[in-house]
Design a protein around this ligand. Structure first.
Ligand code: BTN
Length: 235
């Protein structure tokens, strides 16, 4: 079902995810979308913050309800939608660092934060999918610690990235899990790379059918990592 209506746009807000969660709690329908030019308290994954210079990034959150079994891979599906949007807007190739950082030429151009209402009965369940996509960010305006790792699509300011993104999200949220997994594997940026996390290190070998990352450890065994549990570093 189509996403993007109703649409609330703010000049500035704390976090589009926070606003969308409040709207979802208040009964906003499937597809309701919040965007802003600027966030004062943008959230990233694993408790990190998300920063983007005002007016140079697409900052959006969309409500999906109810949450269906096929949405178990929504975070991966959203990564596919963002990667395809990047390729539609620019003639370039986008890959995904597990679980859903979108990379272009080794730099992160987009991040995705999915937050769900956990305890709800199926028919009252919802999730908010928040996306920050650097569309026209000048890296000199980013915090120093991000200047070497963040990227941008280098689009003219004001380019409409929301319309193609909502179209791609609609397509991928309707897909069944095997299709999401197959398409995601085609864009896997980590496969074959040495990675480490707080309690281990090894070589990423891909994702399993549930979207978990499979890592070959140096002792010949494998470990399966679930998204949200680990913060990965590339060695
Ligand atoms: C990450 O890579 O850590 C996820 C970043 C998600 C950022 C987006 S920006 C729009 C939406 N509102 C937020 O507060 N976070 C998400």
């Amino acid at each position: 079902m189509t996403l993007g209506l109703p649409h609330a746009h703010h000049r500035v807000c704390d976090s589009t995810n926070d606003l969308a969660k409040k709207l979802a709690e208040a009964g906003a329908p499937h597809g309701a979308t919040v965007t802003t030019n600027e966030q004062t308290a943008g959230h990233g994954r694993q408790g990190r913050s998300w920063v983007a210079p005002a007016g140079d990034a697409l900052l959006m959150s969309v409500i999906v309800r109810p949450v269906l079994p096929r949405h178990s891979l929504a975070s991966l599906a959203a990564g596919l939608a963002v990667a395809e949007t990047c390729e539609q807007l620019r003639n370039l190739s986008a890959r995904i660092k597990w679980p859903n950082d979108v990379w272009i030429e080794g730099r992160k151009v987009a991040g995705i934060l999915v937050e769900a209402r956990p305890e709800a009965q199926a028919e009252h369940s919802w999730m908010v999918v928040g996306i920050g996509l650097n569309t026209s960010v000048d890296m000199r305006h980013m915090p120093a610690d991000l200047q070497e790792t963040a990227g941008s699509l280098a689009l003219p300011r004001g380019t409409d990235a929301l319309t193609p993104l909502l179209d791609r999200l609609t397509r991928w949220f309707a897909a069944e899990e095997p299709e999401v997994v197959d398409a995601w594997r085609e864009r896997d940026a980590l496969r074959g790379s040495r990675i480490s996390w707080s309690s281990g290190a090894g070589t990423a070998t891909g994702i399993d059918n549930h979207g978990n990352l499979v890592v070959a450890l140096d002792d010949g065994t494998t470990e399966t990592l679930a998204a949200g549990e680990v913060h990965l570093s590339l060695d």
